[in-house]
Design a protein around this ligand. Structure first.
Ligand code: IMP
Ligand code: MG
Length: 179
């Protein structure tokens, strides 16, 4: 098993690139089925979701557009308790069926805030596709992802887009902190 050190913490490989790919295919299959004959707008949450989004979206065979928003709610290994919009949406969501693509749902604050924001902007429907979710930490029930590959307990993970203070996004596997 591979292990790495980041910011003085030891992380061990948890999901290999092959496991991640196998996890994503069923999500794409469900989206293809649920939105059959519709067109979709993917709203990708930067920075963390960019790698997951590129793998998920390429497996969705519906007519769709992709746009990006950048928000920040996390400092180091903890939620900062507020959502800051760093880069706003560049694309109208009015009357569109939207799927938010997110790396990981933790307290749910980010998804709770973003779903409300997109509804205010007139989206016809808003669902969330997240690679990972920490159900034990969820504080906003409406933020539970509609499409999720894996649920994890309250453990910090990095790699495959997920960072610790901006580092480790480029790792091809997902690593879990070793207590
Ligand atoms: P929430 O708003 O508390 O749900 O936090 C969601 C955001 O926190 C995600 O978009 C991630 O950027 C970040 N985050 C939460 N847990 C982790 C983790 O284990 N590793 C890396 N980033 C995380
Ligand atoms: Mg994020």
């Amino acid at each position: 098993m591979r292990s790495i050190t980041e910011q003085g913490h030891i992380f061990e490989e948890w999901l290999t690139p092959e496991q991640i790919a196998a996890d994503i295919q069923p999500l794409a299959d469900r989206i293809n089925e649920d939105y059959k004959d519709k067109s979709l707008l993917f709203v990708v949450v930067l920075n963390g979701a960019f790698i997951f989004a590129s793998d998920l979206i390429r497996r969705v065979n519906l007519r769709s557009k992709v746009t990006f928003i950048r928000v920040k709610s996390y400092e180091g290994m903890n939620s900062a308790g507020e959502v800051k919009m760093i880069v706003p949406l560049q694309q109208s969501v009015k009357d569109r069926d939207v799927i938010i693509v997110e790396d990981i749902v933790d307290t749910g604050l980010t998804m709770h805030w973003l779903k409300a924001h997109l509804r205010e902007q007139g989206a016809a429907s808003v669902r969330v596709a997240a690679l990972l979710c920490k159900p034990d930490k969820l504080q906003y029930p409406d933020a539970a992802p509609d499409y999720v590959a894996r649920r994890i307990s309250n453990e910090f993970v990095i790699g495959y887009g997920l960072d610790l203070d901006g580092f480790a996004r480029n790792l091809d596997a997902i690593y879990k902190i070793k207590e």
